[in-house]
Design a protein around this ligand. Structure first.
Ligand SMILES: NC(=O)c1ccc[n+]([C@@H]2O[C@H](COP(=O)([O-])OP(=O)(O)OC[C@H]3O[C@@H](n4cnc5c(N)ncnc54)[C@H](OP(=O)(O)O)[C@@H]3O)[C@@H](O)[C@H]2O)c1
Length: 305
């Protein structure tokens, strides 16, 4: 599917530089809107909730700790979370790449439409067959869709599974010389907010990357430079990586998912930049060096005492 594939209901084919998050929606409609943010306590969802709240929009956090609770694994929780909702940011957990995820997304989309929701904005991943199947099912559902097909997040190094290794001073991964165009979740959140509040993004598939290709070794050395700490990148085999996760009692489905991402998806298929952030927002994406500088200044990467 192309990055520019469009929904036939779309009236404008690009949203651009002068897109303001709430420019296209009348105040009366804004007042009645309620946005459900699935994964609303996670890396993208939390930022989207903050931005929408700042804009004066009503939001409901959709997660197991939300009120009401939303659990992807318990369909009985979906309808209460959808009550009164007009738009949904759909961040699936653990990953759209896991077998069966596309069918779950389609079932959720159908239920959302039955509850009167029109707008669905899906967070997706690049180069993953199951994720692309989920995108197509969402498109086919008849919703007013926008898809954010993203590369690896910068914030995996500061808010997620790579934080502990960075703090320990050694990041050992089965990643060789294949570069990845890491994207900043603040950019993803900006695009999501635009998509949730401006009709010009309906029917747009935005492939979101950062502005630069970096190997994992280069990303780690950027973090080391920003922190002034010695942080080593150690290339290991997929087998060593899986065995290490198993020794730390990581569940086997998570090991399978991460092994798939490193062993199959990180094969060069995503090693190119896209213009998705610029197409959606009219500005360049954030560079990894700026991310590293700001996180280093926040103290999150300070070595343990
Ligand atoms: N990380 C990347 O580099 C990357 C790149 C491209 C796409 N993605 C996509 O991003 C999505 C989110 O992944 P992430 O790793 O970044 O996680 P995240 O959004 O940072 O955190 C997970 C969120 O999901 C919620 N959650 C966990 N289990 C849940 C369940 N059973 N039912 C409902 N909500 C649940 C969590 O809240 P509670 O614990 O309160 O339930 C939390 O809000 C995935 O679909 C992934 O494919 C990630």
């Amino acid at each position: 599917m192309s990055d520019t594939k469009q929904n036939t209901r779309t009236s404008a084919n690009t949203a651009n530089a002068d897109t303001k998050p709430n420019a296209a929606q009348p105040a009366s409609e804004q007042a009645q809107s309620l946005t459900l943010i699935l994964g609303g306590t996670g890396k993208t969802g939390r930022r989207i909730a903050e931005r929408l709240t700042t804009l004066g929009r009503a939001v409901r956090i959709g997660s197991r700790s939300g009120e009401p609770a939303f659990d992807w694994e318990n369909q009985a929780t979906w309808a209460p979370a959808l009550r009164g909702v007009t738009a949904v940011y759909v961040s699936y957990y653990p990953d759209l790449a896991v077998p069966g995820a596309p069918d779950v997304i389609r079932a959720f989309a159908d239920l959302a439409l039955q509850h009167g929701v029109r707008r669905l904005v899906l967070l997706s991943g690049r180069g993953e067959a199951e994720a692309q199947r989920a995108e197509q099912l969402l498109i086919d559902s008849g919703a007013d869709w926008t898809i954010l097909r993203c590369s690896w997040f910068n914030q995996n190094f500061s808010e997620s599974f790579f934080l502990e290794p960075v703090l320990s001073g050694e990041v050992a991964l089965p990643a060789g010389s294949v570069p990845e165009p890491f994207v900043d979740v603040d950019d993803i959140a900006d695009v999501a907010v635009a998509a949730l509040t401006d009709d010009r993004h309906i029917g747009q598939l935005y492939e979101l990357t950062g502005p630069r290709l970096l190997t994992f070794a280069e990303a780690v050395s950027e973090i080391a430079r920003a922190t002034g700490r010695e942080i080593r990148f150690v290339p290991i085999t997929l087998e060593q990586f899986s065995a290490g996760m198993a020794a730390q009692q990581v569940p086997s489905d998570v090991i399978g998912l991460v092994s798939y991402l490193f062993g199959e998806v990180l094969d060069g298929r995503n090693a190119h930049l896209t213009d998705g952030v610029r197409r959606a927002l009219g500005r360049a994406p954030r560079d990894f060096a700026d991310f590293a500088r700001d996180v280093a200044a926040s103290g999150v990467w300070s070595a343990r005492a």
